[in-house]
Design a protein around this ligand. Structure first.
Ligand code: NIG
Length: 398
């Protein structure tokens, strides 16, 4: 599907040579991890990558003093078009209440009542917060509107700021609505109104939200409109989400907290990425998703924040990476790949001109400089803010 958003601005600085890179993670099989490296940015693209000693000249130079450089984080799953927090719900959960999808309705009521300006300001505040921590490509979803008008407004605002926009009218059957009539709306007038702003459709295929048959109708209808498919699946228990995603060649099935062996095998032999959301698993007191099992089976794994006010109120990809290493059995290299190249694959932005999640000539000029000599420090020094500089689409963003 086409990208829905444009870089933050079309005015770009002259070429910049970034030199003195102690460790450069490229995610490019031909380049690997480089030492004493340099990168040249030109407009919104990476123009050159290699050893410092043979770097070409550029209009400006920045010496990063031996620090580690990675591709910017690719956060492929967020829900940032909302207002209001749910602190009381979180406190109740930490006191033993289970997470219930019904909490979404609280945010729906607040979001519907908000002005465009307040909704947009909250979205950009969270997006800025993410960028300051090294996120350079971000997907966000509708799903707190659940009327034609409110879903369209959410998608329109998201398309102004996010790199990728996903239509999640199928987040919850609105309180008081008839489920089948609501699915008709999601597949009909709502889809017609939102499709111009979105590249993707998503459905929360879970007990208490949408069942397999309803989810099937929704993704099939959206696919005929050219939207790529993503699925929320297997979050709160075993269920049909992974099956549905693989059957529809979804780019990603997200959560994957509760998986059967059949689910793991199906993912391993598909092109659907398993996107894991460790901050959500922790915040909802679910087990952590089986990252090691998926990786060893050969499935493509992504890590994302799932930033939203209910189940995962964080924009920190570094927290997700540290958790994946310390608690989920991934190595640092695997976790960093999953939070960069894995996210890019989950958005089908990992190849071609302007690819994200990689540092190579022709990729988008998205870099994350750590105040550390190696990426290992992301897990070795958990909780320490390590972002030293960020370039997003060639602009110095932090
Ligand atoms: O991905 N699972 C459904 N949607 C979100 C939760 C949204 C909310 O609780 O507000 C999620 O976890």
């Amino acid at each position: 599907p086409p990208s829905t958003v444009h870089p933050p601005s079309t005015v770009h600085p002259a070429s910049t040579l970034i030199t003195g890179i102690g460790e450069l993670t490229t995610n490019d099989p031909g380049l690997g991890i480089l030492r004493d490296a340099a990168v040249v940015l030109e407009a919104d693209r990476i123009a050159w990558v290699g050893e410092s000693a043979v770097a070409p000249a550029a209009d400006a130079a920045v010496d990063v003093g031996g620090r580690a450089v990675l591709p910017g984080w690719v956060d492929s799953h967020t829900h940032l078009v909302f207002v209001g927090d749910r602190t009381a719900e979180f406190e109740a959960r930490m006191a033993g209440e289970p997470y219930q999808a019904g909490g979404i309705a609280t945010t729906v009521a607040r979001t519907r009542a908000a002005s465009d300006a307040d909704l947009e300001a909250n979205l950009t505040a969270h997006l800025d917060e993410a960028v300051r921590q090294g996120t350079t490509c971000l997907e966000t979803k509708t799903g707190y509107g659940l009327t034609v008008e409110d879903e369209t407004r959410s998608a329109r605002l998201a398309a102004r700021h996010a790199d990728e926009v996903t239509y999640l009218g199928a987040h919850l059957v609105p309180p008081g609505a008839d489920a089948e009539s609501y699915v008709d709306l999601v597949c009909g007038d709502m889809l017609d109104a939102v499709a111009p702003y979105a590249a993707w459709v998503d459905v929360f295929c879970e007990a208490g939200a949408f069942d397999e048959a309803q989810s099937e109708r929704i993704v099939a209808a959206a696919a005929t409109r050219g939207l790529g498919v993503r699925v929320h699946g297997n979050q709160l228990g075993n269920g049909p989400g992974v099956r549905l995603a693989v059957r529809h060649d979804a780019a990603s099935v997200d959560h994957c907290t509760h998986l059967t062996d059949e689910d793991v095998d199906a993912l391993a032999s598909s092109s659907t990425v398993a996107t894991l959301l460790p901050a959500c698993d922790l915040s909802t007191r679910q087990p952590l998703a089986p990252a090691r099992r998926l990786w060893d089976a050969g499935a493509a794994v992504a890590l994302a924040s799932n930033a939203n006010p209910g189940s995962s109120y964080t924009t920190s990809m570094a927290f997700c990476v540290a958790t994946a290493v310390l608690q989920m059995g991934l190595t640092v290299r695997e976790a960093v790949w999953a939070a960069t190249a894995g996210g890019a694959r989950a958005l089908r932005r990992d190849t071609g001109d302007g690819a994200v999640g990689t540092v190579r000539a022709g990729a988008r000029a998205d870099l994350h400089v750590l105040d550390a000599p190696s990426a290992t420090h992301l897990a070795y020094r958990p909780g320490v803010p390590l972002t030293w500089a960020v370039w997003r689409c060639g602009h110095r963003a932090a």
